[in-house]
Design a binder for this molecule. Structure first.
Ligand SMILES: C[S@@+](CC[C@H](N)C(=O)[O-])C[C@H]1O[C@@H](n2cnc3c(N)ncnc32)[C@H](O)[C@@H]1O
Length: 264
């Protein structure tokens, strides 16, 4: 069972079916907890104009719509047409929500027209996270709030009697499984460099205490195959690694999700 916030942090490392994967992660208790904390931190008021960059399949749009009420406006943005289509279908009942197909590096929004913005596990995929943050600073009004949540894959640790194999596996995740593996630790610096005033920085470390949850979130089997194919593990070490992890002994894995609240 997952016992700590932000297991979802351990984000889309390996999804082959993104929408079901994102849905599955979003309903875990840790994901609900950190998403709720981000929502509270934004202090959204009735009538606000709120932006969710990298909104995925509308994971958080309904909650934002409830916060802004009928006089407010929620804009979700995603670069993946399939995500946009799913999100639009899901938010069709909310007249105050729209989903746009766009790239976070070039937001199709006027300057200083947004009161609140959130970016949840998106900068880890961005080609230029600093440019995305600069765009967010441009579209937020002065004093408008930004909430960010990004993992730091170098913090992934999985208990195993063979520490060297565990290190080889996590080195594969840290070096090869995502574009911006260390975005979590860079978040405060990049956010400040974009012109924001940092309000809070938190580390909501996920604790995964059973294999099945870790498999859902981390894709342990799939990534072990990939780590073997990439030469990080021998086939024998890969088999022994998984045999041990699935063998019923106490399971423990952890990774950090860094959240930042900042004012434009
Ligand atoms: C890990 S998912 C998170 C989705 C959602 N924020 C959530 O919490 O469920 C990342 C999302 O960011 C989107 N994305 C990645 N890079 C993007 C970019 N440059 N511009 C817009 N969306 C982007 C992906 O298409 C995907 O839907």
């Amino acid at each position: 069972m997952t016992t700590d916030p932000a297991a979802a942090a351990v984000a889309a490392v390996t999804s082959t079916a993104p929408t079901p994967y994102l849905d599955l992660v979003a309903v875990t208790r840790p994901a609900r907890q950190y998403k709720h904390e981000l929502l509270s931190a934004l202090c959204i008021g009735a009538g606000d104009r709120v932006l969710d960059v990298g909104c995925g399949p509308a994971t958080d749009l309904a909650a934002l719509a409830e916060e802004v009420g009928p006089t407010g406006r929620v804009i979700g943005i995603d670069q993946d047409p399939a995500m946009v289509a799913t999100a639009r279908a899901r938010i069709a009942v909310y007249p105050n929500v729209e989903v746009r197909h766009a790239d976070a590096h070039h937001l199709p929004l006027e300057t200083a027209g947004i009161d609140r913005a959130r970016v949840d596990r998106v900068l880890m995929h961005a080609t230029d996270p600093a440019a995305v943050l600069a765009e967010l600073h441009r579209v937020l009004r002065p004093g408008g709030l930004l909430a960010l949540a990004e993992p730091d894959w170098d913090t992934l640790a999985i208990d195993h009697p063979d520490l060297e194999t565990a290190r080889a596996f996590t080195r594969y995740i840290a070096q090869r499984a995502n574009r911006n593996q260390a975005i979590g630790r860079r978040l405060p610096r990049l956010t400040a460099q974009a012109g924001f005033t940092i309000r809070t920085v938190r580390n909501v470390a996920a604790v995964l205490s059973d294999f099945d949850t870790a498999e859902t979130i981390l894709g342990l089997r799939r990534n072990t195959d990939r780590a073997v194919a990439a030469g990080y593990l021998t086939p024998e070490a890969g088999r022994a690694w998984l045999d041990q992890l699935t063998g019923g002994e106490t399971f423990f894995a952890t990774a950090s999700l860094i959240t930042v609240l900042a004012a434009a």
